[in-house]
Design a protein around this ligand. Sequence first.
Ligand code: AMP
Length: 421
Amino acid sequence: MWSIMGFLSLGLNQDIVNTAKRLGYDQPTPVQLAAIPAIINQQDVMARAQTGTGKTAAFALPLVHNLCAQPLGVAAGSKPELRTLVLTPTRELAQQVFNSFKKYAKGSSLKTAIAYGGVSIKPQIESLNHGADILVATPGRLIDLMFKGSVEFSHLQSIVFDEADRMLDMGFITDIKRILKRVPSNRQTLLFSATFDDEIFKLSKTLLTDPLLIEVDTKNTAAVDVEQVVYNVDEDRKRELVSYLIGSKNWHQVLIFTRTKQGADHLAKEMCKDGLKTQSIHGDKSQGAREKALQEFKDGKIRALVATDVAARGLDIETLKYVINYELPFIAEDYIHRIGRTGRAGSSGLAISLLSVEENYLLEEVEAVLGERLSQQWFEGFEPDLTKPASNARKNSRSAQKRRHKDRAYGKDTGNRRRKS
Ligand code: AMP
């Protein structure tokens, strides 16, 4: 149960409060309660909040409020100047944040623009030429636009780093530094991150001035309304079990995570052969193909969507109930992001992890991040074959196995992220 304090008492203007109400936001979430008044007061904020906590509205609502309070640059037909910049690690998150700003600024004269890689830069340049108060961008594309002289930061008042931990994971630090050189130093800076670690604190020191520190929970805990189940299963029977679960339980809209792009494609193909309409999304697919797959998934035209961690970051599917970890992630924190796709803003969800014996060490890491043990069980008919010789798990040392896994994953899914952002 969230606070009894309404949005109005946080200092937001009546139009924005009405918008929030219309969207069904009855009460502010904890991160909104803490962040909104500070952002309205022009304070820097460093917030740890995972997806599903209402973090986007926590920065977007007060930023829209602030922009409306000072309608600079729209006087007498002049075009709006860029005053708010939001940086996101992925195109999907950029799209989601852009959509949120559009919703929250509806009815105002504010203009929002979006820029990300993987699509033609021309329409983005044209849209910026018309002027925008708010720009949501991925770092790589923003730098391209900077070099083309299509963005101008002299009026910039606020900059948001959304999912900053992911930006660092994806190697955007150099891009961030290049962007920071161009933005006014007296700006307001807001940093949102699902996790806080030494790297984030190091980055925060270079970005923020006397920030308000917000931590909506004390650990990197998973969304409370997500039931977590772990099934022990042999690697070569995982696909069969996924199809069986979805078919026998008549689940619709199931988001499945694999570690690699090839794995995602292969699984989607095999599931289609099992009679389940499935598509995959990952960094090698064009933006158009990703958006189409996502839309069909949202519309219920396909039953399952197989995604890599990078592609799924930022996906916001309001009614999503089922997440399946076909493979556990190499970065334990990604587990929290994955299962945070369901159980959004208070609704309940089910997250199933399929655990082969080779992945036991990954589960241990996930448990360390969660601060709790997850109970493991067998699914009738898919019990692991204990007579099989334990393969790689025993042949390789834990650290060698992990290193090789990680290298492979990054080589396949993150090596060219900079260009694709
Ligand atoms: P986020 O954490 O930003 O990814 O938001 C998760 C979901 O919560 C989105 O679908 C938002 O529309 C929704 N949301 C944000 N704030 C509230 C609120 N105060 N009450 C209900 N839903 C909310």
